[in-house]
Design a protein around this ligand. Structure first.
Ligand SMILES: Cc1ncc(COP(=O)(O)O)c(C=O)c1O
Length: 484
């Protein structure tokens, strides 16, 4: 039985009445609710260091007043139908109204939670992994080993870069699979934390951050929260328009460029090597840093994915961030920043302001899981499944085209979504779809400036649901499109 915290006052000469008052106040304040069991007379006597009969007298008093009910051998409970609590569950429900505190919110933000894509019957979210494919059994054995042989010294406070064996596994993986070497790795609770830390350490009010004009709003919100100003760079069908970036650099002093070069978010195009090299040269010439968000590197189907910009970074100006949210599942809250040595300690020290430590137990388990090859087995499996889902979606959409529907798209070599030109009414289609339990976003959700909304693109994610669901959902979507 959880003890009940009572505040005793000395209003009566009889001690049991003071105890009865304190229990009544706890009930009035909602600390115990109707029907909830109260501490036994023996337990409360021990807690208050009084005789059990004193407590029983207090309970008798409360029974007489109607606050408490007693049942033989079942103990004392708060009365079932207490009107005072049913009327309002405010902390102070007595005669005077409580005036709530007038908070002065210094840092407002617009990150309110909406219904999540996975709660819809058909989920065409652009970046949802299919968590039902995750090999929980394989992972359980790594988790068990982490618990059987706990890394005692690392479970305590101290070193805040991450769990060294996990960092070692990630470094090897980044070096072998993504050609990234010579960077310091810092473990974060997902890349959103990385973006927050980077913003706080590198940006101040009035700084300018260049971003893709169609892009990833959670990153933008974080930059803007520092008072920085976002400048949208136009996009071509290959990613950002480097000529436009250069013209902006001639006018403004840009501190950071945030990019998703491998599978541009949300259009999924891949930025060619030539454009990456031009951007890198501009970064050196105009002295800005690049945040490269490589959020779904492995999900590339037709060829090997291009090596990140961070793989060839002699000036150390690329901040590489990557996440386990899609490789495993979002709630694992694991991500990494790979940064130049000159920056690493600043980021780690700043993180200590937010959090003394990351989740070492989870990193221990994931490190073991990676070391024994299960991570790569899982990636091979889901990449094959996602590739088939992409083919299924492409096939369905081509069928629609053959039936005379006016839709256009390029099959992206990777990523988790298609960017589909439906001609017009994209926003209405997405809205109607959501009303019919189909989660889809239209291009308006991704524009930095609403003025650029052509209202003709839908982002159709293919990774988060089975081929059967993709087919059923697309047939429903076709009906919606034809009805407008
Ligand atoms: C562009 C982009 N970056 C990063 C992430 C991953 O964020 P996190 O690691 O905080 O879950 C996502 C996930 O949707 C994303 O779309």
């Amino acid at each position: 039985m959880i003890p009940l915290n009572l505040v005793l006052e000395n209003n009566h000469s009889k001690y049991y009445l003071n105890i009865a008052d304190a229990i009544r106040k706890a009930i009035e304040q909602g600390l115990v609710t109707p029907c909830e069991l109260l501490p036994s007379a023996r337990k409360l006597a021990e807690q208050l260091q009084v005789n059990r009969h004193t407590i029983m007298a207090a309970y008798r008093e409360l029974i007489a007043q109607g606050w408490v009910e007693s049942k033989l051998r079942k103990g004392y409970r708060v009365t079932k139908n207490l009107p005072i609590i049913q009327a309002s569950h405010k902390k102070h429900s007595s005669s005077h109204e409580t005036v709530s505190h007038n908070w002065q919110i210094i840092k407002k933000n617009n990150t309110a939670q909406k219904k999540s894509a996975s709660q819809y019957k058909f989920n065409f979210a652009g970046g949802n992994p299919d968590i039902s494919l995750f090999p929980f059994n394989d992972f359980r054995s790594s988790m068990n080993t982490a618990l059987n042989r706990p890394a005692i010294k690392d479970l305590n406070y101290g070193d805040n870069a991450g769990y060294p064996p996990f960092i070692k596994e990630v470094s090897t993986y980044l070096r072998r699979v993504r050609s990234i070497n010579d960077k310091e790795i810092i473990v974060v609770n997902g890349t959103q934390e990385a973006l927050y830390i980077l913003s706080q350490v590198l940006l101040t009010k009035g700084d300018k951050v260049a971003v893709e004009s169609l892009g990833y709003r959670p990153a933008w919100n974080t930059f803007e929260n520092t008072g920085a100003e976002l400048i949208g760079i136009k996009q071509t069908n290959q990613g950002i328009d480097v000529d436009h970036l250069e013209s902006i650099l001639k006018i403004h002093s840009i501190k950071l460029l945030y990019l998703t070069p491998l599978h541009q978010y949300p259009t999924t195009t891949t930025l060619p090597v030539s454009e990456r090299m031009k951007i890198y040269r501009l970064a050196q010439q105009y002295n800005f840093a690049i945040i490269e968000d490589d959020y779904d590197h492995e999900f590339h189907y037709d060829t090997q994915p291009l090596a990140p910009i961070a793989a060839n970074d002699p000036a150390g100006l690329v901040i590489y961030i990557s996440s386990f949210s899609k490789l495993m599942f979002p709630a694992v809250r694991l991500g990494i920043m790979a940064v130049d040595k000159s920056l690493a300690s600043h980021l780690i020290n700043y993180r200590t302001l937010i959090n003394h430590k990351t989740n070492i137990l989870m990193q221990d388990a994931v490190a073991r899981w990676m070391k024994e090859g299960a991570f790569e087995r899982h990636l091979r499996k889901v990449t094959r499944v996602y590739q088939k889902r992409r083919e299924c979606m492409v096939h369905m959409l081509n069928e629609f085209k053959n039936q005379g529907m006016n839709i256009h798209f390029n099959t992206p070599p990777g990523g988790m979504a298609l960017w589909v030109d439906v001609g017009f009414n994209a926003e209405k289609i997405a809205l109607k779809a959501q009303q019919q339990d189909i989660y889809i976003l239209a291009e308006n959700a991704f524009h930095l400036s609403a003025r650029n909304n052509l209202n003709k693109y839908l982002r159709l994610g293919f990774s988060g649901q089975s081929e059967e669901k993709i087919e059923q959902g697309l047939i429903k979507l076709k009906r919606i499109m034809l009805s407008l």
